[in-house]
Design a protein around this ligand. Structure first.
Ligand code: PMV
Length: 321
């Protein structure tokens, strides 16, 4: 019996990944940049044993069907690389509250890639782990390296991996995640990526990516908050424009989401270093300088439609526990 436990942080994209040029290999249509979130992590244990099939338990609840299939697909890749045939028991916990609508697939597949490859006796490089994590969920490739991370488009499977562009201590930022109650059923990102190409705006968004990546990377390296704020809001708005104009259209925003956009822009205009970005959901990630996190959290809690606020600093790399 071979067992290994790993932990990985979630991440928030500053330049978003939306749409694949190859859905099976999860090769993205565009490069992306993100920041790991140290407050929000998944811890996963993988044990290869003599059982008849793979099993999955998340936060103490057994998972079957699509969720288990996606995990088995990654385990198959690992079994292939290690030349083993044992089935595995996978148990996973998130430290962030369930049901808040925080996407957990990035942290989950990064932790699974690290734990399963170790349990199978493999010692993969950071690039190898990022490549493997990518196959579970594209954004998971970015939860392998430390701090501020860029996921390169690459030319194919081999070089389509994420690398750190700056360590966590480079810039003391915080992400105040405003939870906006969303009762409607959401379209998951795997389905969403497949719809990106139906929007006439997607080609323009993809063609413009190198420009946005350059601005964002240089804002991070120079610690220029104003430049970062402008490019991440612009990039988030561009991705949601594609989502809203795809067929069928995806509208993730709620009234509370838009209320936060207006508030954040007002706060910034009056001198506070804050900026918004939104993934495939209604929650708003408000990025700020860490010394403004307390005040930002307090202000967000007072806005209509905000049911909770989670605060995370810049996180490190995925690691063995
Ligand atoms: O990794 P996925 O398939 O869950 O896609 C993530 C998509 C966004 O969160 C909307 C953007 C991103 O780059 O993280």
């Amino acid at each position: 019996m071979h067992s290994a436990t790993a932990q990985a942080f979630s991440n928030i994209a500053f330049i978003k990944y939306w749409g694949n040029r190859d859905n099976a290999l999860r090769l993205p249509s565009n490069g992306s940049i993100s920041m790991n979130l140290d407050g929000l992590f998944t811890r996963t244990t993988v044990t290869f044993n003599l059982s008849q099939r793979d099993s999955l338990v998340i936060n103490e609840r057994a998972v079957t069907g699509k969720g288990l299939e996606r995990v088995s697909t990654m385990l198959d890749l690992v079994r292939g690389m290690a030349n083993i045939s044992e089935c595995a028991e996978v148990t996973s916990t998130n430290n962030f509250p369930a049901g808040t609508g925080i996407a957990s697939s990035a942290a989950a597949f990064a932790a699974l890639a690290l734990a399963s490859s170790n349990a199978a006796g493999l010692t993969l490089s950071e690039a190898g782990l990022s490549r493997l994590a990518r196959r579970g969920s594209g954004s998971a490739s970015r939860s392998i390296p430390s701090g501020f991370v860029e996921w390169k488009m690459g030319t194919g499977d081999d070089d389509c991996v994420a690398v750190s562009i700056a360590p966590p201590e480079h810039w003391n930022l915080a992400d105040c995640v405003a939870i906006v109650s969303a009762s409607h059923k959401k379209t998951g990102s795997t389905e969403g990526h497949a719809l990106a190409g139906t929007s006439p705006l997607q080609n323009a968004r993809v063609a413009d990516t190198a420009r946005r990546l350059d601005i964002c990377r240089s804002a991070i390296l120079k610690k220029d908050f104003e430049a970062l704020a402008n490019i991440i809001e612009h990039d988030s708005d561009m991705m949601h424009s594609v989502m809203m104009t795809s067929n069928p259209p995806l509208m993730y925003w709620q009234a509370g989401t838009v209320g936060i956009f207006h508030a954040v822009r007002e706060w910034r205009a009056s001198g506070s270093p804050v900026a918004y970005t939104v993934d495939a959901g209604a929650n708003v990630h408000v990025i700020c300088l860490a010394e403004h996190a307390k005040e930002t959290e307090k202000r967000l809690r007072e806005l209509p439609g905000v049911s909770d606020v989670l605060v995370a600093r810049v996180g490190g790399a995925a690691r063995m526990v």
